[in-house]
Design a protein around this ligand. Structure first.
Ligand SMILES: O=C(O)CCC(=O)C(=O)O
Ligand SMILES: [Fe+2]
Length: 298
């Protein structure tokens, strides 16, 4: 379905300004030289004991052939201390997502800033036979709406998410390489991609794909018989999109489990309509009930 016409530009990861320039222009970029093979192997080792099978949640987006492991930021030192500690990654995220404000009134004219936060970290492993995901924009998770920027050009501030995909293997058109629509970050909520506008983010191990939250994309179909496509996936969002009081540390897991569903929902711990499942796609009671997933805070 994708065409040869649209292409994704490659920029060395060492060139943060270049990454920002291409992301601004195209809404997507492939960073070369993001990570060495030993880091990929290590992350694979860190997450593989926790890879899980099918979830009924959002089944149109996650076919039964998918396997996944959430929370990989917590499970892998390499993810935390190498990949997500990269200064150039911080620079790219800051450029698009760092938010400042100078409130009027009782703040003495002070300017405040909030830095991007990691909203989700997951390894998504597409197995043979999986259908292509429907093309989508990930910022619909936040019910984000889009103005037409094709005439004005991109405006910093328009996005509230950035995504980074780090494949664990060579990704190909056959094994489920991510589909991307370059330039679609400028579109309003009416325009949808045509086949000619779609291309595949075919990548070698060590590369990373960056996509703005407003850019149309999808996980590809895996048409192979026996090749899986693991890809480490990171969503960042603006720092203010979280509760003022941290509910996950304020309330202990065994307390939350004893609450009514209504109270769990009010504290932001339920499964929301579109996403925000928080814990491996499960509501708290199901999450903690799972073997090997006992609460660690008592
Ligand atoms: O795994 C991929 O290639 C893309 C996944 C994706 O876009 C999603 O799950 O929202
Ligand atoms: Fe997505």
């Amino acid at each position: 379905m994708a065409s040869d016409k649209a292409t994704i530009t490659r920029v060395p990861f060492a060139d943060a300004a270049g990454l920002i320039e291409v992301l601004t222009r195209d809404g997507c970029v492939i960073a070369t030289g993001f990570t060495p093979p030993e880091c990929l192997t290590q992350v694979q080792r860190d997450v593989s004991p926790y890879m899980e099978g099918y979830t009924e949640i959002r089944k149109e987006l996650f076919p039964p052939e998918y396997r996944w492991c959430g929370g990989i930021f917590g499970r892998s030192d390499t993810v935390r201390n190498r990949w997500l500690a990269e200064e150039n990654l911080n620079q790219v995220c800051d450029h698009f997502l760092k938010t400042t404000c100078t409130p009027p009134g009782g703040y003495d004219g002070a300017t405040f800033e909030t830095k991007p936060v990691l909203a989700f970290s997951v390894t998504l492993d597409i197995g043979p036979g999986a259908q292509q995901q429907p093309l989508h924009r990930d910022d619909y998770l936040y019910f984000h709406t889009h103005r037409d920027l094709t005439q004005t050009g991109y405006q910093v501030g328009a996005d509230m998410m950035i995504l980074m995909f780090v494949p664990g293997v060579e990704t190909t058109i056959e094994n489920g390489a991510t589909l991307v629509v370059p330039g679609s970050h400028l579109w309003d909520d009416v325009r949808t991609p045509t086949d000619q506008e779609i291309c595949y983010a075919v990548m070698s191990p060590g590369e990373a794909l960056f996509v703005l939250g407003s850019t149309w994309h999808a996980g590809g179909a895996n048409k192979t018989k026996d090749v899986r496509r693991p890809q480490n996936t990171f969503f960042f969002t603006r720092g203010m999109y979280r509760p003022e009081e941290n509910p996950y540390l304020t309330y202990l897991p065994h307390e939350v489990l004893g609450w009514s569903e209504k109270s769990q929902a009010l504290a932001g711990m339920n499964r929301d309509t579109l996403a925000f499942d928080r814990t491996n796609y499960l509501v708290p009671s199901a999450y903690y009930a799972e073997a090997g997933k006992k609460p660690t805070i008592e």
